[in-house]
Design a protein. Structure first.
Length: 154
């Protein structure tokens, strides 16, 4: 497993890093996001969506649990699912939102905030992103990107 560590010093830098990271993504990828409330998960996702030319407003689906964005890369349409599991009370609720169908859709990219709340229901993750706020300056973030893809050159 490969791990890259970055430090961003502003919301703009976090969005830019997300846009840069998006270059790695391919259809079928699942990206899990963990970090404290307000750590910058959604800002990073905004950067990913910026890279894919998403026209919709990108916001955390805290209450709706799932947003679907339409993006593109090299004139190919791409569906991007943005899930926020923060308000999930039980993994049983995942069936109600069509979680399995979403996660195993090989024709889309899935971005899952608070992914740890999915428990064993999320057994396919290609990238894990952990965002830590700096204790002394809340504008500074440490962003760890773990590449979990199985077909990496080991």
């Amino acid at each position: 497993m490969k791990k890259d560590v970055y430090i961003t010093k502003s919301e703009k830098e976090t969005i830019s890093l997300g846009a840069e990271f998006a270059e790695r993504l391919t259809l079928g990828d699942v990206v899990s996001f963990t970090g404290d409330l307000g750590a910058g998960k959604t800002e990073f996702i905004k950067g990913i969506c910026l890279n894919f030319k998403v026209q919709e407003i990108v916001s955390s689906p805290t209450f709706t649990i799932m947003n679907l964005y339409n993006g593109e890369r090299k004139n190919d349409d791409i569906s991007i699912y943005h899930l926020d599991l923060y308000r999930l009370n039980s993994t049983n609720e995942l069936a109600e939102i069509g979680f399995d169908e979403c996660v195993y859709d090989e024709k889309s990219i899935k971005l899952i905030e608070w992914a740890e709340k999915a428990g064993t229901k999320l057994d396919k993750v290609d990238y894990k992103i952990v965002i830590h706020l700096n204790d002394e300056d809340e504008d500074y973030r440490t962003i760890e990107i773990f590449n979990l893809k199985e077909n990496e050159n080991n």
